[in-house]
Structures are given as C-alpha cells and as structure tokens.
Design a protein around this ligand. Structure first.
Ligand code: HEM
Ligand SMILES: *[C@@H]1O[C@H](CO)[C@@H](O)[C@H](O)[C@H]1NC(C)=O
Ligand SMILES: *[C@@H]1O[C@H](CO)[C@@H](O)[C@H](O)[C@H]1NC(C)=O
Length: 517
C-alpha cells in the first residue's frame, strides 16, 4: 500500500514537473521567438487568442482587415497566446506548400481527423504519405474520372426528377433547401463512384443506411470530445465490417483480369496496389486501403455539395449570368453529356472557376514546421522595430496559417472587383494570378504541391454535371434576402441564416421549371 502511494505521489510530482516544464518551455519559446517583432492584431482572449474574431466573422473579414492593416506577413495569437504566422506572400506560400517534409499538419489536427477516418492519406505524413499517393494517384486521373461521369449525371438526374415532382405538387414554384439535397446527392455519388456502395440517400423513403449512420456517429465523436464509448465502438465495428466487405468485393472483381469492369476509386486503388511494377515494400496494407473509405467520405462529400450550393447562390443573385449559362447548357442536345462534352462548355467552366475562387469550400488550412527553417519572400516586410526582412525565420513547432480564400480574393492580385462574382474575368486572368502556387486554376482552393487535393478533377466534373442538369431544368431564386445568408466555418464553409443561425446549415431557394420556347 505504502509503496503504491509513494509511486502515485512520485508519478504526480513527475506529471506536475512535466506540466510546469512544458509551460515554461512555451513561455520561453514565445519570448525568444524569431517572430516576436512581427506586427499583428492584439489578442482578444486569453484562451482563444484571435481565433474568436476568426470564428465570429465567418467570411474571412477579420483576416482581410488584418492584411489591410499589417501587410502580407504578420502574426496573430492562437490558443493561450501562442504565435501563429500568417502570410499571403506567394513565394512564402509556395515554399510552405512544396516543402511537405518541413511543413506538416499540426499534431492536434491529425489526431482529430484520424479519430474519424483512421490513418488515411489525409493524415499520414512523410514516406507513408508518398507511398499512399503513389498508389492512389492513378485512380484519380482524367481517364478514370471520365469513366465515372455517368454516375455523376445519373444522380444529378435523380435529384432533378425529385425537385420536378415537388414543383408539380406545388403548382409551379416550390421552396427547397438546396444544401441538404445536394449533400444527399454527393453522398450517393461518392458511395457509388468511390467504392461501388449504394447509400441511396436520395431515396425519399430512405432510412439512414448502416454505413451512413456509422459515419455520422464517428464524425460526431471526432468533432466533439466524446470518449470511445458504446455507440462509437459499434460505429467503428460497422465501418470496419462494411469496409472489409467492400475491399473483398473489389479484390474479387479484379481477380479475373478480363473482367475489369469495376471502375470505382477503391477498386482502381486495389488494382494499382497489385501492379507488378510496384516493389513489394511500396504496397499499401489492407488496413491502409480500408482507411481510405472514410477518408473519401470526409474529403469528397460535403466539400463538393457546398461548392455546388455556393455556385447556385451566386447564380441566384446574378440573374443575367444564370440566364446566359442556361442558354449555353440548353444548346447541348443530350441530357447525358460525357466528361469531354461538359468540359467543352466555356461559360460553365468560367462559372465553376469563379465559384471556386470566390467561395472556396475549404477557406483555410494549417501547418506546423517540424524543424527550423527560413522562408523566402517576394515582398519584404517591416517589423515593429522598423527593420526590413526579406525572409521569415521560423522555429521547429511554429504554427502557420494557409489563407486559401484570402489569397483567392486579394485585390492586389485580382483587381478592384476581386470580391465580385464575375465569370468573365477568366477570359484573361491578371499576370499576378499566374504565380499562385495552386494545383488547379490559379487559386489555392485545392491547395498545391505534394499534398494538393487528390480529388479535384473528380469534384470539378461532379459539380459541372450537377449544374448542367439542374440549370437546364430550373430557375433559381433565393428564398431569403441575400444578406441573411452568411458563412459559418468548421472545416468546410457552409451557409447559415444570420437571422436564425441555430437552425443549422441551410440555403433555402425558390425553384421553378424552365419553360423552353
Ligand atoms: C470542391 C470540392 C473539394 C475541395 C474544395 C477540396 C479541397 C481540398 C483541400 C484544400 C485539400 C488540402 C487539405 C490540407 O492539406 O490542408 C484537400 C485534400 C484532399 N482531398 Fe479534396 N477537395 C474537394 C473534393 C474532393 C473529393 C471529391 C475528393 C475524393 C473523392 C477529395 C479528396 C481529398 C483527399 C484524399 C485529400 C488529402 C490529400 C493529401 O493529403 O495528400 N477532395 N482537398
Ligand atoms: C480537435 O477537437 C477538439 C474537440 O475534440 C476541438 O476542441 C479542437 O479545436 C480540435 N483541434 C483542432 C486542431 O482541430
Ligand atoms: C459495381 O459492381 C457491379 C457488379 O460487379 C459492376 O457491374 C459495376 O460496373 C460496378 N460499378 C462501378 C462504378 O465500379
């Protein structure tokens, strides 16, 4: 007994000493930080730092104000006053995005995501990440997406028919909450195109099916501080059982090479993992492959439904642009275009680009330096002592912010109308936009470098299929004043009503059938 107490006491002392030394280390780091002379906003909360303003002003207005006031490179405060580096400098961002060996996802973010999705490509770092991307990249190529386009179209048509029936029932115009419908549609799409699994979420009488329910439970647990209690355990078991079944089916479907009919992402990935050119040590384990199932769900579902929702939001406010786009789409004489036919529509392409620029569904990302580094700059900055710097020194552990949507909307790059929705700007983009280090479309929406979004081609064709089908069938109008729609950011930036934020994410619209002359 005495021994146990002694042990506990010394354990307690150890923990206290650890806590204190950790705290002192933090203070020491702050006092000697190479960033201490950087300008930046005053912390507004002891615990939350400036995160309060960032959260309160969902639509990046706080960050845009800081850039105005402090220039392209400054610092702000994170939890407990820790320094965060903020830069919109394109050379610096390029350096950060390209050097994935130095700039990685913060430990806490990775822990949070891995609780939901396991160790999928979204959370692994270093060699493991390289290995997974190498095996997975081929599944996301243009010719693979071409083969999935009929799924995007079929699901878009199913949604069209549901809305058309609702229209008919209401004698013409009906009010629909488009975000939740688009979310069901993209869930069905990622199920079928991702792993040949039918969520059937668009089915009116659907009960939430097993995988969807399991995923929802895990997602809930991952974003809250829930322990691995009963429901979570059961959800994990369900997820793993269904995942294993999908993996078995994928393997079975490709065992006979002449029967390679399956074209879902999981099967393609299994196939690429079995490629005889791949050295055995570079193959992914079954568990690694399984972890990609919830990863595709997290990364590919709400992002695309939100993007499509913001496109329709922009078009609902700009009647002339909506009409012009519809005119282009109605000139196509099939309801079931191929990927190449969709990509050949110039105005649709410009509308999608402009939506992705102005309403990037993932507005920011975070990184942490895993070792000391010097970041090059295209524009020198002046610190609070008046000293001019043409590089930024960062220390191991330094957290930094990747301001996706702020760069997408910078007036110094895009001109005075940067905040306006103007698809025409894509006819000839400003030279400055050419140096934005994004994987797609001169914007940071899908990030860039080795950790760029693997699914960007998938989501672009998916959004085009949805817009093509829905705009040919309906006219869209906001059901509430535009200023009542505000953005609320968790990871994906979704709409809520300013007048009723507690009602949750929504985008209410009035839709009516298009009358063809
Ligand atoms: C409009 C739709 C989408 C947007 C805006 C988007 C945006 C992004 C962004 C910003 C990242 C980088 C996150 C970070 O490192 O901080 C990312 C990564 C990723 N995205 Fe997407 N995404 C979209 C659709 C999709 C789809 C449809 C899929 C899959 C089918 C997908 C799969 C992934 C995966 C697996 C990663 C992790 C890549 C890695 O770390 O190597 N995304 N996406
Ligand atoms: C991780 O999740 C917790 C809740 O479990 C949340 O409070 C925290 O902000 C999250 N941290 C990050 C870095 O996402
Ligand atoms: C799904 O599986 C069925 C039966 O094996 C197959 O015919 C179909 O092509 C598959 N779909 C996809 C998208 O792989």
């Amino acid at each position: 007994m005495g021994v146990l107490l002694q042990l506990l006491a010394s354990l307690g002392a150890c923990l206290a000493a650890y806590g204190i030394s950790k705290g002192l280390r933090l203070i020491y780091d702050e006092l000697t930080s190479p960033l201490r002379q950087l300008p930046g906003p005053k912390s507004s909360s002891f615990i939350y730092g400036n995160f309060k303003e960032i959260r309160a002003e969902g639509d990046s207005t706080a960050q845009e104000r800081w850039v105005q006031e402090y220039g392209s490179t400054f610092k702000f405060r994170g939890f407990f006053g820790t320094t965060r580096l903020y830069t919109t400098d394109l050379k610096a961002l390029n350096h950060i995005i390209v050097h994935t060996d130095i700039y990685q996802k913060p430990e806490a973010t990775r822990y949070n995501i891995s609780r939901i999705v396991g160790s999928g490509v979204l959370v692994v770092e270093g060699d493991k990440h390289k290995q997974q991307r190498k095996v997975m990249n081929p599944a996301f190529g243009p010719s693979q997406i071409r083969e999935l386009t009929d799924i995007f179209i079929a699901k878009s048509l199913q949604l069209r028919d549901i809305w058309a029936a609702d229209n008919a029932e209401h004698g013409g115009t009906s009010r629909v909450e488009i975000l939740s419908w688009l979310s069901r549609t993209t869930l069905d799409i990622i199920g079928l195109a991702g792993f040949n699994y039918s969520f059937d979420a668009l089915n009116e009488n659907h009960e939430m099916n097993e995988l969807n329910a399991a995923f929802a439970t895990l997602f809930h647990a991952g974003t809250r501080r829930a322990r691995d209690d009963g429901p979570v355990k059961i959800a994990q078991q369900t997820m793993s059982r269904i995942g294993n079944q999908l993996l078995r089916e994928s393997k079975a479907s490709i065992r006979d090479k002449s029967e390679w009919k399956t074209r879902d992402l999981l099967s393609l990935l299994v196939r690429s993992n079995m490629d005889t050119d791949l050295p055995p040590h570079q193959r992914m384990s079954d568990q690694d492959v399984l972890d990609q199932v919830p990863t595709f769900l997290v990364a590919g579902h709400e992002t695309t439904s939100t993007g499509t929702t913001w496109a329709l939001f922009a078009l609902a406010q700009e009647k002339a642009i909506q009409d012009r786009l519809r005119e282009e789409l109605l000139a196509v004489d099939t309801d079931t275009p191929t990927m190449d036919e969709l990509n050949a529509l110039p105005y649709l392409d410009m509308v999608v680009r402009e939506t992705m620029r102005l309403h990037a569904p993932v507005p920011t990302s975070m990184r942490e330096a895993v070792r000391d580094d010097i970041i090059p700059l295209s524009k020198p900055f002046t610190d609070r002592k008046g000293v001019v710097h043409d590089t930024i020194k960062v220390r191991k552990g330094q957290a930094l912010h990747i301001p996706i949507v702020v760069v997408n909307r910078e007036k110094s790059i895009w001109g005075e109308d940067a905040m306006e929705f103007n698809p025409e700007r894509w006819k000839s983009i400003p030279q400055a936009a050419g140096t934005i280090p994004g994987v797609w479309g001169n914007m940071l929406t899908f990030l860039g470098g080795p950790r760029a979004c693997i699914g960007y081609r998938f989501s672009l064709v998916e959004m085009k299929a949805l817009l093509f089908t829905l705009l040919r069938a309906f006219e869209f109008e906001l059901a509430v004043p535009a200023k009542d729609i505000i953005k609320k950011s968790t990871i994906v930036q979704r709409p809520v009503l300013a007048t009723d934020p507690d009602a949750g994410n929504q985008m209410p619209m009035l839709i009516r059938p298009v009358t063809r002359s």
